[in-house]
Design a protein around this ligand. Structure first.
Ligand SMILES: [Fe+2]
Ligand SMILES: [Fe+2]
Length: 472
């Protein structure tokens, strides 16, 4: 058969500009978010026009369709979906941001935040989006909160399990009840009997792309047990969203069955990824592309725009800390750090922010080496990048969390060595501390994760996050 091409996107988080796109309250909300807010409609228009014009056969969306379940955002995005669906097949799942699970819908006007925003419930969502893929749906399963998982016949020989994991595991966690899992197993068995391959998408993580330190709380309940169950029932490829980090991770069950998770980054935040999958009847050839530009209000926004927005979360906070106490504390609170303003503490904060904004790797590294008796950071590597602004290096590491370390591929060997020296430092210090064995091992569990995380960021391990082939 000729290749069938699917495009996967996630976490588009469409935000209607009718909810506010200017003023202090909006500015704080926008400045605390890794992804764009008012620009989401423009980004979607660009990407959907690209899908409509190219040889993509179908588009799959892995949940968090709206900013926070606002009806006005759903109405706008539905119109865009319907338009795209005239030319391409479209399958989607929703997730917690689509039924406003935190019960805190917001609109922004001047300095004020208002909660008088109409939202859709989980049950209403199902009816709202049910027509997408309706003709291809061969089985469905309704979860206790009214969401419907579906199995679609995408093309001859390929099925897609589009499953809703919201609140279905023990204790209302994201994940699956036994009945839901059994339904998936039944679909996998049926597909095999019918000579079809199956791929799946859910919103929350099946595997941690990094480690618990970064992805704790983002995965479904009993995630490794579920991963083993699905792998042992023949599922080889699962697409997930939620973390906003583009990453490919593998897991092998005790019985030796492998499943690959492709964690899709957010389409409306850096690096704005689209994951293409070419299905040839046996294999899924995966290739990730980034959206290079879009037009917002008549102005061209390039790839740097996404980068700048994501880094703005960090840089705007430091700039505020350097010069404006009120702005600094307001930004902290907008980022979810709810602390009162301390007048006595602020001079220290201002000093640290000023230093960080001006610091070079050489100076920062020398300081670390002073406190670690010269053992903290590799001196030769440090010398090679001594004039590099510290925040330039920090930015590379930060962006790499979201882009699958593409950015770090440009980093020099010295930069990688310095970052890894810093990452191994906590473990090296703990090993020298006069602590009892149990306590030391407990702390080392965390510090070893920091070490592994930095290594994974600077030297990404297999499989390649951008290109890979998965045998289905
Ligand atoms: Fe999200
Ligand atoms: Fe999410």
């Amino acid at each position: 058969m000729a290749d069938f091409r699917l495009a996967f996107i996630a976490d588009i988080h469409h935000y209607s500009e009718k909810l506010g796109n200017s003023g202090r309250a909006y500015e704080l909300r926008e400045g605390s978010d890794q992804k764009c807010l008012k620009e989401t409609g423009a980004i979607l228009d660009t990407v959907f026009a690209k899908f409509a014009a190219e040889d993509t056969d179908c588009v799959c969306i892995a949940g968090d369709i709206t900013n926070d379940g606002e009806k006005v955002s759903h109405d706008e995005v539905l119109a865009k979906f319907l338009h795209l669906n005239e030319k391409k097949k479209l399958y989607l799942i929703t997730s917690t941001h689509d039924w406003c699970s935190d019960h805190n819908p917001r609109r922004f006007e001047g300095n004020e935040i208002f909660n008088d925003v109409e939202t859709l419930s989980a049950e209403e969502l199902t009816n709202y989006y049910t027509l997408f893929g309706e003709k291809d749906c061969i089985a469905s399963y309704k979860t206790p909160i009214g969401l419907v998982s579906r199995c679609f016949q995408v093309c001859p020989g390929l099925r897609l399990l589009a499953v809703h994991d919201d609140c279905d595991a023990k204790g209302g966690k994201s994940g699956y009840s036994e009945a839901h899992l059994q339904w998936m197993a039944d679909q996998l068995k049926k597909a095999e009997e019918d000579g079809c391959k199956t791929i799946a998408m859910e919103h929350h993580l099946l595997l941690h792309p990094f480690c618990k330190l970064v992805n704790s709380g983002q995965s479904i309940g009993e995630n490794f047990e579920v991963a083993a169950f699905l792998a042992d029932h023949g599922l080889r490829l699962m697409f997930v969203g939620h973390s906003h980090m583009q990453r490919t991770t593998e897991f092998v069950s005790e019985k030796g069955n492998k499943i690959t998770q492709i964690n899709l980054g957010s389409l409306t935040g850096y690096p704005a990824p689209v994951t293409y999958v070419d299905f040839d009847g046996e294999n899924a050839k995966v290739n990730v592309e980034f959206i290079k530009e879009f037009t917002y209000n008549g102005e061209k926004c390039d790839f740097e725009y996404f980068k700048k927005h994501t880094l703005g979360v960090l840089f705007n906070l430091l700039e505020a800390g350097k010069s404006d106490k009120q702005d600094f504390y307001e930004r902290l609170r907008a980022n979810g750090i709810k602390i009162p303003s301390y007048d006595l503490l602020y001079p220290i904060i201002r000093f640290i922010c000023k230093k960080l904004l001006r610091a070079h790797c050489g100076g920062a590294g020398r300081l670390i080496n002073f406190f670690t008796f010269g053992k903290g950071i590799d001196r030769k590597a440090l010398k090679a990048i001594k004039r590099m602004p510290l925040l330039e290096l920090v930015s590379k590491v930060f962006l790499s969390i979201f882009d699958g370390s593409v950015f770090v591929k440009d980093a020099s060997a010295a930069e990688k060595k310095v970052v890894c020296s810093v990452g191994t430092l906590p473990s090296r210090i703990v090993k020298k501390l006069p602590l009892n064995k149990d306590k030391k091992e407990k702390i080392l569990k965390t510090t070893d994760q920091i070490e592994a995380l930095t290594k994974e960021l600077m030297y990404p391990s297999e499989p390649d996050n951008m290109n890979t082939v998965i045998a289905l």
